[in-house]
Design a protein around this ligand. Structure first.
Ligand SMILES: [Ca+2]
Length: 120
């Protein structure tokens, strides 16, 4: 307390006109799967909105926008996309291995309602 009192008697002006320096630490190779995802597109040829499904992520029911919308797919290396026609992986299902599918085909266009991105 004595210290605080003595300090308060000292004329001291702290000018804070410089913003604090922000240090952004970007871990390298900390998350090997970072940025890797199965990507589902609203339209053919990877056009329109994009739905990213992380490795290991499973979407039991696409939301209102995505239900029956998917028309093209990108599946990253060592991953497989499992898609199904209805919620809860019911109905017809299929697997897309690593690759780029500019069109899922007439049977699957605007049909998918649940999906999972399985990776090694
Ligand atoms: Ca579509």
């Amino acid at each position: 307390m004595a210290l605080l009192v003595s300090l308060s008697t000292v004329s001291c002006v702290i000018v804070e006109d410089e913003p604090p320096i922000r240090t952004i630490i970007v871990p390298m190779n900390m998350n090997a799967g970072d940025g890797k995802a199965c990507r589902l597109y609203e339209h053919a040829n990877f056009q329109g909105q994009v739905l990213s499904i992380r490795p290991g992520q499973s979407i039991d029911a696409f939301d209102g926008f995505w239900n029956d919308k998917v028309s093209s797919i990108k599946v990253p290396g060592r991953c497989t996309l499992i898609g199904a026609q209805h919620f809860g992986f019911d109905g017809n299902s299929d697997a897309w291995d690593t690759g780029k599918y500019e069109y899922v085909g007439d049977d699957w266009n605007d049909q998918m309602s649940s999906a999972t991105c399985e990776c090694e």
